[in-house]
Design a protein around this ligand. Structure first.
Ligand SMILES: [Zn+2]
Length: 264
């Protein structure tokens, strides 16, 4: 984006959006339809958010025709990118926009979850605020339901408001089949094969709580989203209950242990 040069004016005035989405660092954006951009209703309120709004809009819709110096052009160009981002956040929650982002999601254009147990599940971009200039874009993994920083510094500086706080959740409401199964796999800390005492106890407690929750949900006939959720709760449990912990810190029972934890 920053390597934009005003010498190439003649090229960039046509097909601005094409140029924008194919620029390095803009891989997270999809192309906003012409119809959407030219419907003033969709742009309500943005005229106060964006400097030189009308020129910026003209640039984005390829009708820019103003004789101005390079500095001014640069300013308008910057405004155009900001405007595109703000409209983008609105566009990607429309039917068309969701479909376009879905295609990018399927291709893992937003990267893959770095968590080993998520097995390279594709990520979705999201904002922690809907207001521009607050927080840069983060990536959401639907498998572990956690957020990650973009790997590339080019992406790490994109404003989170260009994606918004709702898109990554709306997409799963519109396409529920995309909701991934929750992974039962989790990392258990071990030292030479023996479970480490305190974390092992905590993990046992968390497993009991989770299985309790799954039982409750099953009773209410609510799908908890965990993959092997079919009547294996009790079987899985007992295997993990062997007393092979090492009490490396010489900790006595009870300390650092959530209430109600039972030592096997
Ligand atoms: Zn994940």
């Amino acid at each position: 984006m920053d390597d934009f040069r005003s010498e190439t004016d003649s090229d960039y005035t046509s097909y601005w959006r094409d140029w924008f989405i194919s620029s390095r660092g803009n891989e997270y954006f999809c192309e906003i339809d012409e119809d959407y951009l030219t419907d003033r209703f969709n742009l309500t309120g943005l005229n106060t958010e964006v400097q030189y709004y009308q020129y910026a809009l003209d640039l984005v819709t390829d009708v820019f025709d103003l004789d101005c110096d390079d500095e001014m052009r640069e300013t308008i160009e910057k405004s155009a990118r900001h405007l595109y981002g703000l409209v983008h956040a609105r566009y990607i929650v429309t039917t068309r926009g969701l479909a376009k982002m879905l295609e990018k999601y399927k291709k893992a254009d937003f990267g893959k979850c770095p968590r080993v147990m998520c097995k390279s599940h594709p990520l979705l971009p999201m904002g922690q605020s809907d207001n521009p200039g607050v927080k840069p874009v983060k990536l959401y993994c639907a498998r572990c339901e956690d957020l990650y920083n973009p790997k590339s510094s080019r992406h790490a500086v994109i404003d989170g408001a260009y994606f918004g706080t709702s898109f990554h959740n709306i997409i799963f409401q519109v396409y529920p089949a995309l909701i991934p199964t929750k992974s039962y796999d989790r990392y258990i800390p071990r030292i030479y094969g023996f479970k480490v005492h305190a974390p092992a106890t905590l993990i046992r407690w968390q497993n009991v709580e989770r299985d309790e929750m799954r039982r409750r949900l099953r009773k209410l006939e609510i799908d908890s989203g965990f993959k092997d959720d079919e009547g294996e709760v009790d079987a899985e449990e007992s295997e993990e209950e062997e007393e092979d912990d090492v009490d490396i810190e010489g900790m006595e029972n009870g300390e650092m242990m959530p209430e109600g934890v039972q030592q096997a």
